[in-house]
Design a protein around this ligand. Structure first.
Ligand SMILES: Cc1cc2nc3c(=O)[nH]c(=O)nc-3n(C[C@H](O)[C@H](O)[C@H](O)COP(=O)(O)OP(=O)(O)OC[C@H]3O[C@@H](n4cnc5c(N)ncnc54)[C@H](O)[C@@H]3O)c2cc1C
Length: 622
């Protein structure tokens, strides 16, 4: 095995195995730490292992912090508590929202920091500190440029991906969101097995990934040569992959982002510990100087000279914290990674860190449909953009009435469910359409062109009826209400104007509609039996309540002072958008930007006021 490969493998192994295969001082210490010595718990052993920066959590936030740390020359340790890297990032679409990025400028897509700030000011207002969004707007493009200069972590811009709140000043029609470049999982060799799989329902054939653009092209299969060739290329690569791997190795979306960040960490010989549980942070004279972790029942201590960055992904998967902080009725499921349960937040609070002020709902939302998989596990399918905005679908509450423009962002849609629920039962909300709609666009887990719906009906996922009245009775909503709703909706389909909620009335709506459908790409008739319905529930895609930080991602104590040596990024950091969702990629854009800022600050770079960085960006933009 080549020297390079051997190092990668050392990095990949869980701590106990590294102890047997690592080298030098670290190997000796780890042997002790994993129980081969009676001294494993002693502080002297802990002093033997010291890193400059320790990062907890291997999502986009944590891996960006670790990567930047390594690039800045710091000895870096990444600790992931599960046996897989990627967290919710690996499940995600991987879009990052970075206003005024260099690719936009190169393509001539208009944007500037002032417009972005105007947009965020209008959206966030007093709900979060302005200097934090200023720091984000300044540092986001710098973070992308920095990664482009030092790594192969790359993105391409979505030219037409409108910001979510088109009615606000400073909103753009595209350019701010970027998608990750595809990644070849084979280049990770054995490390590929350690990359978290995507959500199964978001892959084809149980293991093949496609981008949103590719999915749209594939829908024309049988009609265009382009779709045929694309299908043939993707499927033949997948078939070859399956001879050697458990899933396809052509990674796209968030899985590509996670895997690529991971590959860069391994290439830079960053030490990665998997399956290691941190139990507490060590503070000396007011400064965070290390941590205690457990693995296989052994306790290990690690010291740090520059600090610890918390990037555990918030608490979307903690039933107890959901109960405490999320609105009622409390979400029972999440499409986020199940290991994001807020233990990093609790550890930080134990040493005096402060959570941000609770907001409207402390969460960012997907409306999701729920089903039981064949193996008995629960599938939580996020209705992001593929069905709600298409023509021929309404969302109704128990009164059979619409209460929202179905094409709004997933976050706003779910918030509307909660608001409506105060007056009339709206959880679950029913997405109602006809069979033709499902054939053309799909509905949740049911893909377009699905020949038979029997299996979905049998498992209770889909409700089907021969008339609107019968469907209302089947799903338990008011019959008259639903019939009147469909009648009114079909009239909007004819005129092209949804006088009730304005569906299809702005660029964001229309981007998720069907451009070929006229007069309104988002409003079409629900006319031909059988009629269909799927229930959707509020599910957190991430949490917005987190640790209060300053603009360098330093965690603040209860008096508002930075805790020396403690940083937070990603969903462990309190939302600088005050719980609002400005556009596609806003979560990952923040996670990576503040991961970058945390590592740069720990390394002693960029310690000056961010106004200096803002000035630089402004010049850059000209
Ligand atoms: C289906 C889906 C699609 C999405 N698409 C997008 C999108 O396109 N763009 C966007 O901006 N957002 C998207 N999101 C949201 C986004 O993915 C998350 O907000 C983001 O991944 C959070 O990143 P993070 O770095 O904070 O944490 P994560 O990516 O969740 O990673 C956290 C990691 O920390 C680990 N961890 C937890 N506690 C500890 C501990 N104590 N010690 C060590 N490790 C620990 C976890 O196991 C996990 O691996 C999507 C979410 C979902 C569910």
């Amino acid at each position: 095995m080549s020297e390079r490969k051997r190092v990668e493998w050392d990095n990949l192994l869980p701590m106990s195995e590294v102890a047997q295969q690592g080298s030098g001082r670290e190997r000796a210490w780890l042997r002790m730490a994993t129980g081969e010595s009676a001294n494993s718990r002693s502080t002297p052993a802990g002093r033997d292992v010291e890193y400059d920066l320790i990062v907890l959590g291997s999502g986009a936030g944590g891996m960006t912090a670790a990567l930047v740390s390594a690039i800045e020359g710091m000895r870096t340790l990444l600790i992931e508590k599960t046996d897989q890297v990627g967290g919710t990032t690996a499940y995600s679409s991987g879009t990052v929202w970075i206003p005024n990025n260099a690719q936009q400028r190169q393509l001539g897509v208009a944007d500037d920091s002032e417009a972005a700030l105007e947009y965020l000011d209008a959206l966030v207002g007093e709900r979060a500190e302005r200097r934090l969004r200023e720091a984000f707007i300044a540092a986001g493009p710098a973070m992308l440029d920095y990664l482009a200069m030092h790594t192969d972590v790359g993105f391409r811009v979505y030219r037409q991906q409108p910001d979510y709140r088109q009615e606000l000043p400073g909103a753009t029609l595209g350019g701010r969101p970027l998608e990750p470049l595809p990644f070849d999982g084979r280049t990770l060799a054995g490390g590929f097995e350690h990359v978290r799989w995507p959500i199964p329902e978001l892959m084809l054939f149980g293991g093949m990934m496609v981008t949103r653009g590719e999915a749209a092209r594939l829908l024309r299969i049988g009609r265009t040569l382009d779709a045929f060739w694309l299908g043939a290329k993707l499927v033949s690569r997948f078939a070859l992959d399956r001879l050697r791997y458990r899933r396809g190795t052509r990674l796209v979306l968030g899985n590509a982002l996670a895997a690529r960040l991971y590959k860069n960490l391994l290439d830079r010989r960053v030490t990665v510990w998997l399956s290691a549980k941190t139990t507490r942070l060590i503070v000396e004279q007011g400064r965070v100087v290390g941590l205690v972790a457990e693995q296989d029942g052994s306790e290990v201590r690690v010291r740090t000279s520059r600090g610890i960055a918390l990037a555990g992904g918030g608490f979307p998967a903690s039933p107890a914290l959901r109960e405490r902080y999320l609105p009622k009725p409390v979400a029972s499921h999440t499409s986020a990674c199940l290991s994001c349960v807020g233990d990093t937040l609790l550890m930080a609070q134990e040493i005096g860190a402060s959570l941000g002020p609770p907001g409207e709902d402390n969460s960012l939302w997907f409306p999701s449909s729920i089903a039981t998989r064949k193996d008995g596990s629960t599938a939580v399918y996020p209705h992001i953009v593929l069905d709600r905005g298409k023509p021929g679908l309404v969302a109704v509450n128990a009164a059979g009435r619409r209460f929202v423009n179905e094409a709004v962002s997933y976050h706003e849609f779910t918030r509307a469910m909660y608001r409506s629920h105060r007056e009339v039962s709206s959880i679950p909300t029913w997405l109602v359409c006809d069979r033709l709609f499902i054939w053309k666009y799909g509905l949740g887990m049911i893909r377009p062109l699905t020949p038979t719906l029997r299996g979905y009906v049998r498992r209770g996922y889909l409700k089907l009826a021969d008339s609107v009245g019968e469907l209302a009775r089947t799903i338990g909503v008011d019959t008259v209400g639903l019939m009147e709703t469909i009648r009114a909706h079909n009239e909007y389909a004819r005129t092209g104007v949804d006088t009730q909620f304005g569906k299809g009335g702005n660029a964001y709506d229309r981007a998720s509609g069907d451009a070929a459908h006229l007069p309104n790409p988002c409003v079409g008739p629900i006319a031909r039996a059988p009629f269909c319905a799927v229930a959707v529930f509020p599910t957190p895609l991430g949490t917005s309540l987190g640790l209060l930080t300053d603009e360098h991602a330093q965690v603040l104590d209860r008096a508002g002072w930075p805790i020396p040596g403690l940083y937070a990024c990603g969903n462990d950091m309190h939302s600088i958008f005050g719980g609002e969702y400005p556009g596609a990629g806003a979560e990952l854009g923040l996670a990576m930007t503040f991961g970058y800022l945390a590592a740069r600050h720990a390394a002693g770079v960029d310690r000056t006021a961010n106004s200096a960085v803002i000035g630089m960006q402004g010049d850059h933009a000209k």
